[in-house]
Ligand binder design. Structure first.
Ligand code: DX5
Ligand code: ZN
Length: 218
């Protein structure tokens, strides 16, 4: 894997102070933005208007994780607004290859996410069109859940496909990443680590990002 990247998830931040919360993690590689629609997942968070506002207050690339139904219709708006990477769920997308092409045409990177119970193999051809693979290590919907180590088999498989030149993408992991779990994820071959509660639950979110990066780099 490359130099470890850390993407703090603002799901665990104070939504009334988002500009400050983003400024507090200035050394981050990406800011992870969890969009939930109360249909694909049983929770509701934020959407395009908030992403547009965030784009005005930070230069850190936004990594938008769309946990929504019908991403074929809605994802493109995030790309057009200026999100750096737009991730959709393979379980929700009707035509994920066309969707990746549309995201690229709108100037964004395209990410594909798989839930813990979703296997990797049926989607390998699709993944050739994507820039990131977001492996969920909790059931999507909420921050602060426990890490599911069993998904590391999918991380290892993806890492192997990248290292052997069969796929060209960043391997990203999301859910339950903290000081106790990041090392095993790093060993399995993750490139980019999303962390919500481990960053925004810390007294100093900026320091927490640094500490996680050092642990992943060990
Ligand atoms: C969960 C979200 C995650 C969440 C992770 O559905 O996709 O990005 O913010 O939170 P932690 O790091 O607390 O598990
Ligand atoms: Zn997420």
């Amino acid at each position: 894997a490359s130099k470890p990247m850390i993407a703090p998830s603002i799901l665990s931040a104070d939504f009334a102070r988002l500009a400050d919360e983003v400024a507090a993690v200035e050394g981050s590689d990406w800011i992870h933005v969890d969009v939930m629609d109360a249909h694909f997942v049983p929770n509701l968070t934020l959407g395009l208007p908030v992403v547009k506002s965030l784009l005005k207050v930070t230069d850190i690339p936004l990594d938008c994780h769309l946990m929504i139904e019908n991403p074929d219709k809605w994802a493109i708006g995030y790309a057009e607004a200026g999100a750096y990477n737009v991730t959709v769920h393979v379980e929700a997308a009707a035509d994920p290859i066309a969707l990746a092409k549309n995201l690229h045409a709108a100037g964004a990177k395209a990410g594909l996410s798989i839930k813990p119970g979703t296997p990797l193999e049926p989607h390998l051809e699709t993944l050739k069109h994507y820039d990131t693979l977001l492996v969920m290590s909790v059931e999507p919907g909420f921050g602060g859940q426990s890490f599911m180590a069993e998904v590391l088999d999918k991380v290892r498989a993806a890492r192997n496909l990248v290292d052997t030149g069969h796929l060209k993408l960043l391997v990203e992991i999301d859910g339950g990443i903290n000081a106790d779990t990041i090392e095993q994820a790093a060993e399995a071959g993750v490139d980019c680590f999303v962390a919500g509660s481990a960053v925004y639950g810390a007294d100093d979110p900026g320091k927490a990002v640094q500490a996680l990066r050092e642990q992943a780099d060990a």
